[in-house]
Design a protein around this ligand. Structure first.
Ligand SMILES: C[S@@+](CC[C@H](N)C(=O)[O-])C[C@H]1O[C@@H](n2cnc3c(N)ncnc32)[C@H](O)[C@@H]1O
Length: 205
């Protein structure tokens, strides 16, 4: 089946959005995770890992880390595997997460959520896969204002079907399973849409 991300894979690390969107998102996550450096083992899942740049940077920074990267694009996963031979990679759609029988301390999902068909089902499943004291970092461009929606309508032309949730839509989406512990807004350039990284904690059951 045609997958637009296979087309972008070998160009992805050089795209202009790396500098003002993807890289600052990675830097924020790496900085935030530094408090876990003393844990004996940190099990991390990177959903929609793409070319594995975050996996590469995390592995460089943390020697206690055990990372699994998931992506449904063969080409993206192939590039990540070459870059990160010691990480575990799984070629799968996030809609199939129920096939994994593992728990993680940290689940990261950067700039891939807008492309999930059923994001609510994904978060329901992530609730089962996250350790009780674990955290999810979900970062994405958000259709929060008319300006954001306008800009993102152009981005959609390059990615195919996408839904960039507003702050309110995202909170409603995750509310049965998680509460929002923190939000970091990344705006390196005034013309960029709102990019938010949400830290999620399991809702009390
Ligand atoms: C914009 S890239 C983000 C890559 C990386 N996480 C980053 O922050 O640079 C989106 C990635 O999500 C993957 N993706 C999108 N929908 C997916 C799905 N339903 N299941 C698995 N991977 C998916 C794409 O193949 C692509 O590699």
């Amino acid at each position: 089946m045609f997958n637009i991300w296979n087309f972008w894979a070998d160009k992805y690390d050089k795209l202009w959005v790396q500098k003002d969107s993807l890289k600052p998102t990675r830097e924020y996550i790496i900085k935030t995770l530094s408090k876990y450096k003393n844990m004996e083992e940190l099990k991390v899942l990177d959903l929609g890992c793409g070319t594995g740049e975050l996996i590469f940077e995390l592995k460089k920074e943390f020697n206690n880390i055990k990372i699994t990267g998931i992506d449904f694009s063969e080409k993206m996963i192939e590039i990540s595997k070459n870059k990160n031979p010691s990480a575990k990679h799984i070629l799968m759609d996030v809609s199939e997460l129920n096939k994994l029988d593992e728990k993680f301390n940290i689940i990261i999902c950067t700039h891939s959520l807008p492309y999930y068909k059923e994001p609510k089902d994904v978060f329901e499943q992530l609730n089962k896969m996250l350790q009780d004291d674990g955290r999810i970092f979900a970062g994405f461009a958000s259709g929060d204002s008319i300006y954001d929606k306008f800009i993102l309508s152009f981005v959609k032309l390059t990615t195919g079907k996408a839904n960039y949730p507003s702050d309110n839509e995202f909170r409603i989406l995750v509310s049965p399973f998680f509460y929002v512990e923190n939000i970091e807004i990344i705006r390196k350039k005034f013309f960029m849409p709102r990019i938010a990284v949400y830290t999620l904690k399991k809702a009390e059951s």
